[in-house]
Design a protein around this ligand. Structure first.
Ligand code: NAD
Length: 259
């Protein structure tokens, strides 16, 4: 469904969005498209639990299948994006769930979490920042997590990787602000996507803190977040409306991180 554009300055721009075929990434892609942006998505799968295909969600752009942790896949996806023009919006959103306490996570699982979240963000930023700097403008939004900015529980690999993304965001903002590239991160709380469906569908209780009641008790606003709650913040950070904001990790968690 197309809605009226919120940020007219976005019209005609090109965005590269990872993890674009589900949850938050899908909603970011469609919201950017509603604002006139051409969206090239990168995702490890083109299968979806939604009836809509990616092509149905965006007016201009396409989904490229590839692994964000593989530099060759990222290079191929960026080639596709550049065939539309110069990307000036980048959303590093691809992610996988955490796997438990540190003693429960084997080395391969630990490495995979860092490959997807940290190396994925590295692969994309390293490839696209030079052209953004040369063009003297653009916006990168990385997706961290509440788990990356405070203790969370039973997600040691995920929390460490999301913390690295928060640090990398600040570091890149320092390095690229002279080139007029804004680099921020969002830190969502509990958002209703497939990643944590076992919590909000309430069909599985792991026996630890992460059941539906505990999740909603931790937020000041007593509900779980929707992908739109995060997408609206990301699109704001991509637009000129946020032109004096960089190097920030902004929470969108119903107030959870405030106490
Ligand atoms: P999701 O599972 O619905 O979507 C994640 C998407 O990333 C999927 O389309 C998946 O196929 C894709 N993906 C996974 N690994 C990939 C890879 N190696 N290469 C390319 N694509 C890959 O989850 P979501 O909740 O929409 O998550 C989006 C981002 O938000 C993630 O970075 C996640 O860590 C973060 N986040 C989510 C929540 C939440 O509560 N849902 C909270 C905080 C942060």
């Amino acid at each position: 469904m197309t809605t009226s554009p919120t940020y007219p300055d976005l019209d005609g721009r090109i965005a590269f969005v990872t993890g674009a075929n589900a949850g938050i990434g899908r909603t970011v892609a469609s919201t950017l498209s509603d604002n006139g942006v051409t969206v090239i998505g990168l995702d490890i799968t083109d299968e979806s639990t939604d009836d809509d295909q990616f092509d149905d969600l965006v007016t201009d752009g396409e989904l490229v299948i590839g692994d964000v942790s593989d530099p060759e896949d990222v290079a191929a996806a960026i080639d596709t994006a550049e065939s539309y023009g110069r990307p000036s919006i980048v959303v590093n959103n691809a992610g996988i769930a955490g796997n438990g306490r540190i003693d429960e996570i084997d080395a391969d699982t630990w490495r995979r979490s860092f490959e997807v979240h940290v190396e994925g963000t590295y692969n994309v930023c390293r490839s696209l920042l030079p052209s953004m700097a040369e063009a003297n403008g653009g916006s990168i939004v990385n997706v961290s997590s509440i788990a990356g900015i405070r203790g969370f529980g039973s997600a040691a690999d995920y929390s460490a990787a999301k913390g690295a993304i928060a640090s990398l965001t600040r570091e890149m903002a320092v390095d690229y602000s002279p080139d007029n590239v804004q680099i921020n991160a969002v830190a969502p709380g509990f958002i209703k996507t497939e990643m944590n469906a076992s919590v909000w569908r309430d069909d599985e209780d792991t026996g630890r803190w992460n059941n539906h009641d505990t999740a909603t008790t931790k937020t000041l606003i007593p509900r779980l977040g929707e992908p739109e709650d995060v997408a609206r913040l990301i699109v704001f950070l991509a637009s000129d409306a946020s032109s004096f904001i960089t190097g920030q990790v902004i929470s969108v968690d119903g107030g959870w991180s405030s106490w």
